[in-house]
Design a protein around this ligand. Structure first.
Ligand code: SF4
Ligand code: SF4
Length: 276
């Protein structure tokens, strides 16, 4: 079982929800796919093992290259350019699709490994914790996310902490999800971002639930949208200074008796939607 936690923007509370669900769901696994800002591990005291992740990028053999520029024309990411009559690679733009090697008729392209970051794994109580980090300057963390998702144990409940937004890396994170939880806050900005992730989950035909974080007197901004789109609201997390302080100190608020009931209630609601 994979449960993906999404929000249209950073700071909406997706990691707060993800780590606290993991804390309360027996034997569950936490997978942090926010590889540009992997903060989830800070909530779990653990030793982490790291493994480097590489992708394949083209290398031009100039002795064989005839400057036909077929590879330059082919690359839709503009990662190959004709620079003063020589084909050059802009590695940060390369998506490792391998297409340029295929179109080169002169066997002038080989592929070499390029490190893009790493994944890590640790244990916290009875939970497995996974995450990864994309190297600064690298464009795409898709390969890291794909490797992380492959760690999901089908026999267990895997909580996927998705990257913010609605781009390719989010798509990769939710593709195999059985259930998606959208996290939003009751502001106009929150609503606009919610609309984007809702559109994405609809496109992928996902079963979804919604959590309103920083709930306050303006919840109707989000509730009205949920009603029109027939989205079930599976929980509220209050706007509370004590909660915010604990969370910003990377403490699991579900260990606190005042806040634990909110997460228990969310889990009960999830159970009504999927077979936990
Ligand atoms: S397709 Fe091959 S031969 Fe043509 S420019 Fe690219 S590397 Fe050179
Ligand atoms: S591998 Fe793909 S993305 Fe990278 S340079 Fe070649 S065609 Fe472009």
């Amino acid at each position: 079982m994979q449960i993906a936690i999404l929000s249209g923007k950073g700071g909406a509370g997706k990691t707060l929800v993800a780590v606290n669900l993991v804390n309360l769901i027996n034997l569950s696994t936490y997978i942090d796919c926010d590889v540009e800002e992997p903060n989830g591990k800070l909530y779990f005291s653990s030793e982490y093992n790291k493994k480097d992740i590489n992708v394949l990028v083209p290398k031009i053999n100039y002795k064989k290259c005839t400057h036909c520029n077929k590879c330059v024309d082919f690359c839709r990411y503009n990662a190959l350019i004709d620079f003063l009559g020589k084909v050059k690679l802009l590695p940060s733009l390369c998506h490792s699709c391998g297409g340029c090697k295929l179109v080169c008729e002169f066997d002038a392209i080989t592929e070499v490994k390029e490190p893009i970051g790493y994944i890590y794994q640790g244990d916290y109580k009875y939970h497995q914790i996974y995450g990864g980090e994309l190297k600064i300057g690298k464009e795409s963390g898709i390969e890291i996310i794909s490797q992380l998702i492959s760690k999901a144990d089908k026999e267990k409940i895997n909580i996927i902490d998705c990257p913010p937004g609605n781009g390719c890396s989010v798509m990769e994170s939710i593709e195999q999800a059985d259930y998606c939880i959208l996290v939003s806050e009751p502001t106009i900005f929150g609503l606009e971002n919610l609309k984007l992730v809702h559109e994405l989950t609809t496109l992928y035909n996902k079963n979804i639930g919604l959590i309103i974080n920083k709930a306050n007197d303006y919840n109707n901004i989000i509730e009205d949208f949920a009603k029109t789109k027939d989205i079930s609201i599976i929980g509220y997390i209050p706007f509370d200074k004590e909660l915010a302080k604990l969370n910003s100190n990377q403490q699991l608020v579900s260990d606190n008796n005042k806040f634990k009931p909110y997460f228990i209630k969310i889990i009960e609601q999830i159970k009504q939607e999927v077979d936990l």
